[in-house]
Design a protein around this ligand. Structure first.
Ligand SMILES: C[S@@+](CC[C@H](N)C(=O)[O-])C[C@H]1O[C@@H](n2cnc3c(N)ncnc32)[C@H](O)[C@@H]1O
Length: 257
């Protein structure tokens, strides 16, 4: 039975884990007993994402709880948080659509004292998980298709509307790493034929929720950014593409003039 981080490294390395030492330390730090550590190692060696094995992911220095079958927050999504922080005034109204575990909303609830923070997702498992992350930080989580479950009194007064919605083209799902394609739900990945179905829907609904001068910020890829921006222009928002090479993240900011 493994008892220390060092004893896990050879097996993790043999299974192809690139960051075997780091993963070993996280596993060893998360298990309460040797038996639990052995079970965690077995699941990790079977290909279960590390974050699902230990039940949390690090996101911008926060420990975000991530239940099985919920999308694991990615480092690149920090681009949404950093852009939102750059745009935020005092006590802003913040809404995260397609929130998954609610990492973006949780980071902003921590960083923006006085903010009113809402998050919403269609997947009940994601909503349950987001509630565990966001409610202790004073935010609220709603369950429904895109904006369907948002409180109507937010209409016209949202300062920051944020989304890391699915944007992988359907035909490219089969090319994704097994950890994503086998352990994250298709609902969290599949953005339709060109990957932009949800971006177009979000750009269409955004002007109804944003206050004049408010911003929509959508994570996208370098390759899709021009089309995400065009979707925003088509609905009267003024788009700007932003790029953060440190986290390899791309977003489009649309301002409601
Ligand atoms: C790529 S994941 C991102 C999750 C989270 N924003 C993050 O960055 O960690 C996309 C999320 O969108 C949700 N989703 C997909 N289609 C949706 C829809 N029509 N309405 C609401 N949420 C949706 C999925 O359930 C999933 O949690």
């Amino acid at each position: 039975m493994p008892s220390s981080a060092d004893s896990l490294v050879p097996a993790l390395r043999a299974a192809g884990c690139v960051f075997a030492e780091e993963e070993a330390a996280i596993l060893a730090g998360s298990a309460r007993t040797g038996a639990e550590l052995a079970a965690m190692l077995e699941r990790r060696l079977a290909g279960v994402p590390l974050e699902h094995v230990v039940g949390w992911a690090e996101f911008r220095g926060l420990r975000i709880l991530v239940d099985e079958s919920v999308f694991v927050p990615r480092v690149r999504t920090a681009v949404l948080v950093d852009r939102a922080l750059a745009l935020a005034g005092p006590a802003p109204v913040v809404v995260e659509l397609c929130c998954g575990a609610g990492a973006v909303a949780a980071a902003l609830a921590d960083a923006l004292p006085g903010a009113e923070v809402h998050a919403t997702d269609l997947d009940p498992a994601a909503v349950r998980c987001a509630r565990r992350n966001l409610e202790p930080r004073g935010g609220r989580v709603h369950e429904g298709d895109l904006d369907a479950a948002l409180p109507p009194d937010l209409r016209g007064r949202v300062d920051l509307l944020l989304a890391n919605a699915p944007y992988v083209p359907s035909a490219e799902i089969s090319l994704m790493p097994p950890e994503a394609r086998l352990h994250e739900p298709a609902l969290a990945l599949d953005g339709g034929a060109d990957g932009l179905d949800l971006h177009r829907r979000i750009a269409a609904l955004a002007p109804g929720w944003l206050r004049p001068g408010g911003h929509l910020v959508i994570e996208t890829s370098r390759r899709q950014a021009a089309r995400t921006a065009a979707a925003m222009s088509a609905h009267g928002l003024t788009p700007t593409v932003v790029r953060d090479d440190d986290v390899d993240g791309t977003a489009v900011v649309g301002r409601r003039d």
